[in-house]
Design a protein around this ligand. Structure first.
Ligand code: ADP
Ligand code: MG
Length: 556
């Protein structure tokens, strides 16, 4: 369809509002346009948190030279034409508002070419006015460059968060679209650093691996429900793999990334009784249904949708996920958790994934019974006996949980114990680390750090949290800054507490005395979630007496 300005009747039906709230909203609109143009490759580059530069290039259909100026008119779109079209929107965009809204708050350049043209067209706009236009070489596709976002809008500019925060919103956004469109090759470069790259080979698991890491990707369960409507597909975590917040839940409806309390509830319902309080699954779920069963015209940023049949959408997702989880359990309960014939003890992780009787995260009781230490295995696991069987406790994960709870409690209650260093330590930071330190200084102070600038990217560490390990202070601080810069969207307080706990906890491979093990278990019993470490991994495996009797053929 050629680009046309919507008539006033259609315009009056459009959910109006602010389209460009922050740099990530510009990236969102441009990426959506590329996807609507059928692109199979989308390259995003940003600088200065997106305020200095946002550049999105695609190999999509392009805009014909004759329609280029029109694309920047309010309500000019090639995606819908009349009121009827509003009821069955199959494209991501439809309101013709993004390009003019962006051009109103930034300087924009566009270079585009369609398949039927022999040369591309270039247009440069300042304050919504075309200042230069020419023919320029390009292959088929579109490149839009946005500079000086909000420069002339001090009020808006002031509300932007740090470069780091804006970057993390942008990275999250591109990640979500990469998850929704595994067949599209995405790349993201932030301040000249490659930040994300997908191959576009259509394999969702591969995209998950790029974003959440290989281990998560391997363990995710395939979700597939193709009979009836809506169809539900994607990947979801087994009950032994969880996170301490909901940021790892991605929902797409007809591949539009949406925030949906309804779907969040549906998935949480499916995991009820399988995950402890405070733990949430990782999931990437797409729901497909005919466009007319859906209203996408209810939110200015198109981040919400309304299902015509909410209850059906809810129960399809809940049931499909429930069945996926149940199927995995049934399939694996047939397999023997210990491979008796080979005399081998399967890795705890495999048992965790497959066998519900062992899946620690599924035990409803949060408290731990009193445990009696029997010994240490491979200098890594504490073997203990409880009133109902055998417990294998991961010493590192358990200590991590203990430290995390204490560090968080001290910070929340503002009763942080610090320890001054008699001999201050100097640390030299990379420019990136320095940037993160600058942004997180106040948080670090709340946790008991005193770090002062010492010139030339050097810093003096004068005090550290009392609970932090005293060895390798420099390494711990580097790891901490690294974690703060990571893509994980957790709040900084959580990241700091996690990092400190992780790097201060006893390691696997460290020999512990009987007394130390007893003390560790005693402290673990007193934590709020003794059965999972702060990353959501289990701290222990429980083999119930019943299970032992079954395995030894004492009962059938
Ligand atoms: P909408 O996406 O709601 O139609 P936009 O303001 O985002 O409105 O874009 C206006 C029009 O410009 C689109 O309808 C489309 O025809 C064209 N357009 C924008 N970006 C691209 C692109 N990357 N490739 C091809 N056409 C594009
Ligand atoms: Mg658009």
């Amino acid at each position: 369809m050629p680009i046309k300005i919507l008539d006033s009747e259609v315009v009056s039906k459009i959910a109006a509002g602010e389209v460009v709230e922050r740099p990530a909203s510009v990236v969102k609109e441009l990426v959506e346009n590329s996807l609507d143009a059928g692109a199979t490759q989308i390259a995003v580059e940003v600088q200065g948190g997106g305020v200095e530069l946002i550049k999105v290039s695609d190999n999509g259909a392009g805009i014909p030279a004759s329609e280029l100026e029109l694309a920047f008119h309010r309500y000019a779109t090639s995606k819908i034409g009349n009121l009827g079209d509003l009821e069955k929107i199959s494209s991501l965009g439809f309101r013709g508002e993004a390009l003019p809204s962006i051009a109103a708050v930034a300087e924009v350049e566009i270079l585009t070419q369609t398949s039927s043209e022999t040369i591309g067209s270039y247009l440069h706009l300042r304050k919504c006015e075309a200042v230069h236009r020419e023919s320029r070489a390009r292959t088929q596709g579109t490149t839009i460059t946005v500079r000086r976002l909000f420069r002339y809008f001090p009020a808006r500019f002031k509300f932007l968060k740090s470069v780091n925060t804006e970057n993390s919103h942008i990275a999250n956004l591109v990640s979500q679209y990469a998850l929704a469109f595994p067949e599209v090759k995405f790349s993201l470069v932030v301040d000249r650093r490659p930040s994300l790259h997908t191959t576009g080979n259509g394999d969702l698991r591969e995209v998950v691996s790029e974003i959440y890491g290989q281990e998560v990707a391997q363990r995710m369960l395939k979700v597939e429900q193709t009979d009836g409507l809506p169809k539900v597909g994607g990947l979801t975590s087994p009950s032994s793999l969880a996170r301490s917040n909901r940021n790892y839940l991605s929902f797409f409806v007809n591949r539009r990334w949406v925030r949906s309390p309804l779907l969040t509830r549906a998935i949480e319902d499916a995991y009820r009784g399988l995950l402890m309080d405070g733990l949430y699954p990782i999931a990437v779920i797409n729901i497909s249904l005919p466009a007319q069963e859906l209203d996408v015209n209810i939110h200015p940023a198109k981040a919400q949708v309304k299902f015509c049949h909410e209850q059906t959408a809810f129960s399809s997702v809940q049931k499909t996920i429930e069945e996926t989880l149940a199927r995995t359990h049934i399939a694996s309960s047939k397999s023997v958790p210990f491979s008796v014939s080979s005399g081998q003890w399967q890795s705890p992780r495999m048992i965790m994934d497959n066998e519900p009787a062992f899946a620690v995260a599924q035990l409803p009781a949060m408290e731990l019974p009193v445990l009696r230490v029997l010994g240490q295995l491979a200098n890594t696991y504490i073997i203990a006996e409880g009133p109902n069987g055998l417990y294998l406790i991961d010493q590192h994960a358990a200590h991590e949980r203990i430290l995390y709870d204490r560090i968080s409690a001290q910070q929340v209650q503002k009763e942080v114990e610090t320890q001054g260093l008699l001999q201050p330590i100097t640390i030299e930071l990379s420019p990136r680390e320095e940037e993160i330190l600058g942004a997180s200084k106040e948080f670090l102070a709340e946790f008991g750090f005193t770090i002062e600038p010492f010139g030339n990217r050097s810093y003096m560490i004068r005090a550290i949290p009392a609970l932090m390990a005293k060895a390798n202070i420099i390494e711990i601080i580097s790891a901490l800054l690294d974690n703060l810069a990571s893509k994980e969207p957790n709040p900084w307080e959580e990241k700091i507490a996690q990092s400190l706990a992780c790097h201060s906890a006893v390691r696997a491979g460290q020999q512990l005395s009987q007394e130390e093990m007893r003390e560790l278990l005693k402290q673990l019993e007193q934590t709020k979630q003794p059965r999972a470490c702060p990353h959501g991994r289990p701290t222990m495996i429980h083999l119930s007496s019943h299970q032992l009797e079954k395995e030894f053929g004492r009962i059938s």
